[in-house]
Design a protein around this ligand. Structure first.
Ligand SMILES: C[S@@+](CC[C@H](N)C(=O)[O-])C[C@H]1O[C@@H](n2cnc3c(N)ncnc32)[C@H](O)[C@@H]1O
Length: 481
């Protein structure tokens, strides 16, 4: 095949797929073309070119031969620690709605090891119930690897670097060297063929909260890399995260997404929307006109339709929050109840309602409201925190400890949870745990002040320094007992 022929084929791939491979990947093109000429029984490059131009699937077969499909389970394990310790808890905490699942996309998922690993890591950390909170989609340009992925049968090589007990827990062995993934993990991933360079993306991947886009960009020239990265940034919800392989991150630090660091891992995030612009509430359906409008007598401009209730809801919620801040709790409750009635799955409103009830010492209703919230999503720290505080007020310290420990599991930096947990330990005579929790509280307060209290509204009669002093005094007293 002449270099002219090759250039022609490259051009077709660029035009039809918007993909510009790096020269070291295009070096496979010659082999790929020869293979396709054989399979399609085409005699000459010119004949194959004709086929390529007339058979929409043929180019897909050709591109399949150009990409590297290398992957394995739990590859780059620090990414999975970042996911389970930091990103996933953040995503759950920051969601304004109950019932809305965290949407995860594995972009360039190859034979499925990556999307399945995401679920395995989450189930390992949070238990099987976490699968109700997530939606995972694997996208790849190559339909052959996607077929393999949906079969979910893997050879030993896919498990290099995986602890044997993980393989035993989630796979069944058959025919010696093959392992089938458990149904519980399999059924939670959907696969779809898609070229990441092309827009629009499949509906199921839109509004992603978290994207794993690892070991794909390395094939491409800078133009293709930035086109794909921009597509993925557009796909990502505000407040969402994108993870790439370690060598890929610096190539994408162009300001499109914000680069962050967690221990030794760098990752990207999209700025969250401000409270004012974030859609805190569901947009109700637009009113449907059921009758023909009455004739309009004068040629006045039509009255604009009433603004959708989303504005009313947000305004009411703001007002309720301000009233709660001003400690006008009955009036605040009145407002927030209206919001909850209209938007029963808005967790921001339900959280505020439970908080106000607690301030009004209506402990039983606080508990009911929190339970209602937790039935929809057990991973939100706020209802656990309010339940913990309600139990503590009712001197049920055993239950308070259980709830406050859950808060800390979901939001380890919440100093208020550590502080109250210390109080409940002290009340039950567990001096060692109480000291340890007071110590953690004072460290958190010294490092970050009072901000991460975890409540929708926070009144403190003390400054951070005074709280630190209180903790120190408690520790001193406990040490003397
Ligand atoms: C090396 S594998 C990486 C798999 C996995 N992300 C990982 O890190 O283990 C790269 C995968 O990206 C896919 N890929 C490459 N270019 C793509 C594109 N433009 N659109 C969708 N998938 C693509 C390839 O088909 C291949 O399966």
């Amino acid at each position: 095949m002449t270099s002219l022929d090759l250039e022609h084929f490259k051009q077709i791939i660029r035009t039809r797929y918007q993909l510009d491979f790096k020269p070291d990947f295009f070096r496979f093109l010659q082999d790929a073309l020869e293979a396709r000429l054989r399979v399609t029984a085409t005699a000459t490059p010119a004949e194959y070119l004709h086929l390529l131009e007339n058979d929409s699937e043929e180019i897909a077969h050709l591109v399949n031969l150009l990409t590297n499909k290398e992957t394995y389970f739990l590859r780059e394990s620090p990414h999975y620690l970042l996911l389970t310790r930091e990103l996933f808890p953040n995503l759950l905490r920051d969601r304004p709605y109950f019932g809305k699942k965290v949407r995860i996309v594995s972009a360039g998922c190859s034979s499925g090891e990556e999307p399945y690993s995401l679920i395995i890591a989450l189930v390992e950390t949070f238990g099987e119930g976490v699968t109700d909170q997530i939606e995972v989609t694997g996208l790849d340009i190559n339909d052959e690897v996607l077929h393999h992925a949906s079969m979910a049968v893997f050879g030993r090589y896919s498990f290099r670097g995986v602890a044997p007990e993980i393989r035993q827990r989630y796979f069944s062995e058959f025919a010696g060297n093959r392992f089938v993934l458990n149904q519980m993990i399999r059924e939670n991933v959907r696969f779809q063929r898609h070229n990441l360079a092309q827009w629009p993306y499949p509906e199921q991947a839109r509004h992603a909260d978290l994207i794993f886009y690892r070991n794909v960009s390395i094939y491409y020239q800078p133009d293709t890399r930035s086109a794909i990265f921009e597509n993925l940034s557009r796909l990502l919800n505000p407040g969402g995260y994108l993870l790439m392989g370690a060598v890929e991150v610096p190539l994408h630090d162009t300001g499109v997404l914000k680069m962050n660091q967690y221990e030794n891992v760098f990752y990207f995030s999209k700025e969250p929307q401000s409270l004012k612009t974030a859609p805190l509430l569901h947009q109700p359906p637009l009113p449907v006109r059921t009758q023909a409008p009455a004739p309009v007598p004068a040629p006045e401009p039509p009255t604009p339709a009433r603004a959708p209730a989303i504005d009313d809801g947000e305004t009411l919620l703001d007002e309720a929050r301000t009233l709660a801040q001003e400690e006008q709790m009955e009036a605040a409750l009145d407002k927030v109840e209206n919001v909850v009635r209209a938007h029963p799955d808005c967790c921001v409103a339900i959280g505020l309602k439970a908080y106000i009830l607690l301030q009004l010492n209506r402990n039983r209703e606080t508990e009911e409201t929190c339970r209602m919230a937790l039935q929809q999503n057990d991973f939100l720290p706020l209802p656990h925190l309010l339940l913990g505080l309600a139990f503590q007020k009712g001197t049920n310290h055993g239950e308070a400890v259980k709830q406050l420990r859950k808060v800390i599991y979901l939001d380890p930096a919440c100093w208020l949870a550590h502080f109250h947990l210390a109080e409940s330990y002290r009340a039950t005579g567990d001096v060692k745990s109480a000291c340890s929790e007071f110590n953690i509280t004072l460290k958190l307060l010294e490092d970050a002040g009072l901000d991460n209290h975890g409540l929708p509204v926070f009144h403190s009669s003390y400054t951070a320094d005074q709280m630190v002093t209180i903790c120190r005094n408690q520790i001193r007293q406990l040490a003397g007992t």
